[in-house]
Design a protein around this ligand. Structure first.
Ligand code: ZN
Length: 77
């Protein structure tokens, strides 16, 4: 496998992954990935991407519940 950016050699390792969601931010320090030995560009395999998406689906659900828990508690008499 070669790097899409510099054609360098990709080696198995880990890379950080972070993104901004609606109302919160997620950051993983070390997701298993192929990392370019030349420029350091990470490439995530579909397995990891799927697991990230799965985690985000859960996070979306839980954070929506968390965000609405305050207002529903406040509206109680
Ligand atoms: Zn590269």
């Amino acid at each position: 496998m070669e790097c899409m950016h510099c054609k360098g050699r990709m080696v198995r390792g880990t890379a950080p992954f972070s993104l901004d969601r609606n109302g919160y931010h997620v950051a993983w320090d070390a997701i298993p990935a192929w990392v370019c030995s030349q420029c350091g560009e990470p490439f995530f395999e579909s397995r990891e991407v799927e697991l990230i998406q799965k985690a985000l689906t859960e996070l979306d659900r839980e954070s929506a519940a968390l965000a609405s828990s305050g207002s529903s508690a406040a509206s109680k008499p």
